[in-house]
Ligand binder design. Structure first.
Ligand SMILES: Cc1cc2nc3c(=O)[nH]c(=O)nc-3n(C[C@H](O)[C@H](O)[C@H](O)COP(=O)(O)OP(=O)(O)OC[C@H]3O[C@@H](n4cnc5c(N)ncnc54)[C@H](O)[C@@H]3O)c2cc1C
Length: 394
């Protein structure tokens, strides 16, 4: 199918998708309207300040976004969203060429589901409901200064203390930590290895919890923090799920979250490519437009081709997932494919924009800065390649 050359913008670069219906289109419009009203006018200022105002949480809750994917009885959605709802959510929040607002706003997507599933009725009232209303915030803490990839070697401990636990250790690089009221942490309650790790919900204001910003991260986000736990007492009912089941509880969520990550990544690649195309049509060098130089034309086609490939793979994985399969190897490879696509498009967009990327185009500049994190967060490239290899029996 040929595309109207005037429409090789963010929307025009999304290949046709057989899975999108009218409800998805309406959802996309709702998301775009929210982003354009509440985020677009301020993104450059927030970028410079390395933060955004807390009121965005309540605005997102009022617009029905924070409750996305959670039970209606606690302030969530009436309907069960599907994977394309999730993908479009991520796409629209990355249309501005930055994932920082989304990363902080959506930390409860990972942190809250285990609480909804395993928490007491009291926790649903004190944690779930206020988080979905945007009144309280959560962060999700796995990574430690000693490493994030080798989770089986995690050293933060939660030793039995009376009927509860006493937590000691340090977590770092935690998105949204500095504004969190609750922390869902992975800590060692048992023996070495993955089977000794449990999920605990810790009040961020508990005695013995101390936080500081991660130096050097500025924008990415000033609320990304290191958290120190020094003899922090956690009541027994804050153990989320059974002891030793941290990663069993999280595995299903990680698979679902991977779709959001891929949606975000490919959206950023579309932004970079759209801006590169627009600039290549406008800028003249050596007496003709950039796009009239063969090398530039070919690079633009390479960018579009890799995006189309990414979406085809994404649609295939959605289709399989919806049939009840959990194609872990393909989900891992899809994420790597998407992040490589983004890095390629970010690099080439910066090259085509030349000095304009530093002078005027802030979307591409932001994308260049943030592209690397997509290859690290949600499972690094090496860890996912290894997971795929094991699944394929190597
Ligand atoms: C902006 C930002 C936000 C983040 N938010 C959160 C958050 O909210 N919560 C949270 O828990 N964490 C968060 N993280 C941490 C992130 O998950 C980790 O950075 C990631 O898991 C990698 O861990 P590490 O940085 O300790 O790298 P390491 O584990 O030290 O690994 C370093 C590099 O070596 C590679 N590597 C490791 N082992 C192997 C191997 N066997 N073979 C080949 N290569 C290998 C890794 O893939 C990586 O590229 C965030 C990070 C960033 C930068």
């Amino acid at each position: 199918m040929t595309k109207d050359p005037d429409h090789l913008d963010f929307d025009g670069l999304r290949p046709p998708c057989p899975g999108l219906d009218e409800a998805h289109v309406a959802w996309r419009e709702q998301l775009r309207s929210f982003v354009d009203t509440h985020i677009t006018p301020s993104i450059d200022d927030w970028n410079a300040a390395a933060t955004f105002p807390d009121e965005l949480y309540t605005q997102a809750a009022d617009a029905g976004l924070l409750g996305f994917g959670f039970p209606a009885e606690f302030g969530g959605w009436q309907d069960e969203p599907d994977l394309y709802h999730r993908i479009l959510f991520a796409e629209e929040f990355h249309r501005l060429g930055s994932g920082v607002v989304f990363a902080d706003l959506a930390t409860h997507w990972i942190a809250l589901p285990p609480v909804v599933k395993h928490g007491s009725a009291e926790l649903q009232e004190t944690v779930t409901r206020p988080v979905l209303a945007g009144e309280k915030r959560m962060a999700f803490a796995i990574t430690e200064p000693g490493g994030g990839s080798d989770v089986a070697r995690m050293t933060t401990t939660a030793a039995k203390n009376g009927s509860g636990y006493r937590v000691n250790g340090t977590k770092t690089l935690i998105s949204g930590a500095l504004r969190a009221d609750y922390l869902l942490i992975v800590a060692r309650t048992g023996d070495a290895g993955l089977g000794g790790l449990s999920l605990l919900l810790v009040d961020a204001n508990s005695f013995g919890v101390r936080m500081e910003a991660v130096p050097g991260l500025t924008w990415y986000s000033a609320s990304n923090g290191t958290i120190y736990f020094d003899n922090v007492d956690v009541p027994a009912d804050r153990l989320i799920g059974a002891e030793g089941t941290a990663f069993k509880s999280l595995a299903g969520q990680f698979n679902i979250e991977r779709f959001s990550g891929v949606g975000a990544t490919l959206a950023m690649a579309r932004v970079a490519t759209a801006d590169a195309i627009a600039w290549a049509r406008e800028r003249e060098t050596f007496g003709k437009r950039l796009v009239d130089h063969q090398r530039i034309r070919h690079v633009l086609i390479d960018m579009i081709r890799t995006i189309n490939t990414g979406y085809a793979y994404l649609d295939q994985c959605v289709w399989r997932f919806n049939r009840g399969e959990v194609p872990i190897a393909d989900l891992s490879m899809l994420k790597v494919q998407a992040t490589r696509t983004l890095e390629f498009c970010a690099r080439e967009a910066m090259q085509i924009l030349g000095g304009e990327a530093y002078r005027g185009n802030r979307r591409v500049q932001r994308i260049q800065r943030e592209a690397r994190i997509f290859s690290l967060g949600g499972g690094t490239e090496e860890i996912l390649n290894d997971l795929a290899a094991r699944q394929l029996g190597f």
